[in-house]
Ligand binder design. Structure first.
Ligand SMILES: C[S@@+](CC[C@H](N)C(=O)[O-])C[C@H]1O[C@@H](n2cnc3c(N)ncnc32)[C@H](O)[C@@H]1O
Length: 239
């Protein structure tokens, strides 16, 4: 709890005023990621390694933008900094641990933005003005946009993000959790939830399970397991 309080305090003044309300939730996500580091490792390793492999396919490596970078659990940010001229990390919360990790890299920038179509007109419009943009990666963001959308507008927000990505002129990769199941101690399913609110996705190149909440994290009786899909070339997959 002391660590969380310190991170909240050190993040507060470094965060532009309109984004300060998001710090509390971001610290909670960071704390959960630390508590469940072992359980999350297969997911964070897979995400990072698929992203790393993708760069061999890019003809140029000038600017890369990561949407939903947050606490940087599944972003191979040091690798990106080594291979690109500029790395732009976009999220509505960049708390102290993420900024500490990136400060040794002069070519990494944190950009505070709301990326939801529920609150912003043209939330990805800023990318049009990004110099020498070669690659955009959306990492475990779209389900969170849905989770934060006003009741009834979740699907619209999901569609807006996924469709806006297809209209970008650079390469686009997408990693997203698509659904979850809660399972009891015996492995029987108790609940399923579609995190994309009915939006059907094409066949992913890779998919895996992410144990977001092992037994004991949210309940002693159940665990929550998410299904993750990876599209190295989202525009081609969605065409
Ligand atoms: C599951 S986390 C992503 C984890 C991250 N990729 C990592 O490597 O740790 C979802 C992220 O979406 C961000 N987010 C949620 N709603 C947002 C919004 N409307 N605009 C921008 N970022 C948002 C959260 O702040 C959070 O960092």
């Amino acid at each position: 709890m002391l660590a969380e309080t310190l991170i909240y305090a050190t993040s507060y003044f470094a965060t532009p005023e309109p984004f300060r309300p998001h710090i509390y939730e971001a610290v909670g996500l960071w704390a959960r990621g630390r508590r469940q580091a072992q359980a999350w490792l297969p997911h964070t390793r897979k995400t990072a390694s698929h992203i790393e492999r993708m760069i061999a396919k890019l003809p140029q490596r000038r600017t890369v933008v990561v949407l939903g970078s947050g606490p940087l659990f599944d972003v191979p940010v040091e690798f990106l900094a080594r291979h690109f001229d500029r790395v732009v990390l976009v999220d509505r919360a960049h708390i102290a641990p993420a900024r500490r990790r990136t400060r040794v890299h002069a070519n990494i920038r944190h950009d505070w933005r709301d990326l939801s179509a529920a609150t912003m007109a043209d939330p990805l419009g800023f990318l049009a003005g990004m110099p020498e943009l070669d690659w955009v990666i959306s990492i475990n963001l779209v389900s969170q946009l849905a989770a934060g959308a006003p009741f009834g507008s979740e699907r619209k927000v999901v569609d807006a993000h996924l469709d806006d990505l297809t209209r970008l002129s650079c390469a686009v990769s997408l990693v997203t959790d698509v659904s979850y199941r809660t399972l009891d101690r015996g492995g029987s399913e108790r609940e399923q939830f579609d995190l994309l609110y009915g939006r059907r996705l094409p066949q992913p190149e890779r998919s895996w399970e992410w144990e977001v909440a092992p037994l004991g994290e949210e309940s002693r009786a159940t665990r929550r397991v998410h299904k993750v899909a990876f599209y190295p070339d989202w525009k081609q997959a969605a065409a």
